[in-house]
Design a protein around this ligand. Sequence first.
Ligand code: HEC
Length: 134
Amino acid sequence: MKATVGNWVWRLGLGVMLGCGSVAVLGVAQASSVAQGKAIFDAQCAACHSVKPGVNGIGPSLYGVYGKPAAHVAGFAFSAALTNSHLVWNKVTLSKFLADPQALVPGTKMPYLGLPSAKKRDEVIAYLKNPEAK
Ligand code: HEC
């Protein structure tokens, strides 16, 4: 009886340890993809976009863009194509847009040829979701 309880406690302990371990690993994986995403953003998007609120350049501010409807940033003259697209930016729509903006939104005025690597698109999206994380 005692042995059984001991065994159970041991298994519970192990379970908690494994659980914590995977949370920590997940945290590291997220942090590094955000960092990768920032590097890609700085190289390929920052010439036209800022992630600061209200800072529009050649492109609109991308602050908080994840989860928002397309073409809703105040003070930016969006194309009719994007305005009428009725898209909501999430992982799927952002990934399609970044792969080939003209394919998803024909007539968009974002002059960007596209990011062919799905992994890099995921990393940029992770960064857009959370530009404050390091
Ligand atoms: C040469 C300038 C330029 C580059 C480079 C560029 N963009 Fe854009 N982006 C724009 C413009 C202009 C628009 C507005 C498009 C429209 O109105 O059709 C836009 C729109 C967007 C939108 C939609 C915003 C909204 O509020 O609906 C997202 C998201 C976006 N860009 C992400 C990116 C990302 C991520 C990169 C880099 C991988 C990037 N862009 C590179 C100019 C650029």
